[in-house]
Design a protein around this ligand. Structure first.
Ligand SMILES: [Zn+2]
Ligand SMILES: [Zn+2]
Length: 393
């Protein structure tokens, strides 16, 4: 039911909304209207998003004011059915409009649109007739599907942690915008191969700035190893690159080059084992990145059972039957603060809690201490090869 109010009315309409928040923002000081259903739904939104506050930037509009702000003078704002809002989380920061849009859809708002390029303001209304979904940054009728489909997220996955994986190829990143867009974690490429010079050129910068923005991070190392010895050297370089840092998410070994897989399941699994064992024994929560097919056909069960799996499978619904805790489901995500496409990931495990609890990844006493005091050596004398561990004296 739509109710009428005089300009000066400051009736408390619900626990978090007062009538005067909805009055027209023109200078005429006239009566205004508010649909009770609008306020009821805004309260639900407040609760479902666990807001600290919701600011109504525009509620009721007279025809003149509606036209002044770009409307046609007859829209939902002129009927008391609509509000443009900015929702704030418990951390005092605006909640991404993407999150607001799909949550508003779940609640039953019938008109919903993102209305600014920073994805902080959302239009919601309780129109009757057909529903309207929009993203005004992409054109008025850009969202023809529901918001889950439009944003590329599985409905049942909305409570999962949303992440991205990043390398030098993503360029300069505005991590504060990434955070504002609702990204919960980032896996950073630390580098590749077995030379220190192959450290990712933006690893330090990404690590520092993601941390400063309050985004938990993990790391990965891209492999070119063709033998266990080469994998062991890659592990050494990786450990020296991540030394002294703290990672709330696991650190991953990324094997995706064709060549090592051409060696066959047994040999490539031995390569994976060599890297993973070394990094894990240095005090890291360690995982393996792999495609659905490489994990299925070229990775031994003992590895899949021992290490957490980061599945790469660019599909809407994966048919990969093994266990995994992190899923890179596309290479075509878009996130505020990053130019071009970015790989989106979803995570089902609360790694920060586990890693901090166990004191891994730099959160306990120096996890690399053991690594620093011991070195694995291989010596060749004539035709014989000697392998062993040397302790620092
Ligand atoms: Zn007005
Ligand atoms: Zn609006």
């Amino acid at each position: 039911m739509i109710k009428k109010y005089e300009f000066g009315d400051n009736t408390q309409l619900s626990p978090h909304f007062n009538a005067k928040e909805f009055r027209c923002k023109c200078d005429k000081e006239h009566d205004f209207e508010v649909n009770e259903k609008l306020v009821e739904n805004l309260e639900k939104l407040y609760k479902n998003l666990n807001c600290s506050k919701i600011i109504v930037t525009s509620g009721y509009r007279c025809a003149t004011h509606d036209k002044n702000v770009g409307g046609n003078g007859t829209g939902q704002h002129t009927k008391g059915n609509a509000a443009d809002i900015c929702c704030y989380g418990q951390d005092g920061q605006p909640i991404s409009s993407k999150t607001v849009c799909y949550t508003a859809q779940d609640i039953g708002f019938t008109g919903i649109a993102n209305i600014d390029t920073s994805y902080q303001h959302t239009h919601v209304d309780v129109r009757t007739g057909s529903n309207w979904h929009g993203d005004e940054t992409k054109g008025n009728n850009s969202v023809t599907s529901d918001f889950y489909q439009y944003l590329g997220i599985q409905k049942e996955d909305k409570n999962l942690m949303k992440g991205i994986d990043i390398s030098v190829h993503n360029g300069t990143i505005d991590w504060n915008k990434v955070k504002a867009d609702g990204i919960d974690f980032a896996i950073l490429r630390a580098g590749y191969g077995r030379e220190l010079s192959q450290k990712d050129a933006r690893f330090e910068e990404n690590y520092k700035n993601a941390k400063a923005a309050g985004i938990p991070v993990g790391a990965y190392w891209y492999s070119y190893a063709m033998s266990e010895d080469e994998a062991s050297l890659e592990a050494d370089v990786f450990l020296s690159v991540i030394k002294g840092k703290q990672f709330e998410s696991p650190v991953y070994f990324d094997v995706e080059e064709k060549k090592p897989f051409d060696l066959g399941k047994e040999k490539v699994s031995a390569i994976m084992r060599a890297f993973l064992e070394k990094v894990e024994s240095a005090g890291y929560f360690t995982g393996l990145y792999g495609s659905a097919s490489s994990l299925t056909t070229h990775t031994s069960d003992d590895i899949k059972n021992r290490y957490t799996i980061w599945l790469a499978h660019w599909v809407n619904q994966t048919n990969y039957s093994g266990a995994y805790s992190l899923w890179q489901y596309s290479e075509k995500g878009f996130v505020l603060g990053i130019n071009g496409n970015v790989d989106p990931d979803i995570c089902t495990t609360d790694f920060p809690a586990i890693i901090k609890e166990k004191g891994l990844n730099g959160f306990g006493q120096s996890p690399t201490a053991e690594h620093d005091n011991k070195v694995n050596v291989t010596v060749q004398v004539g035709g014989d090869v000697f392998k062993g561990t040397l302790k620092k004296s």
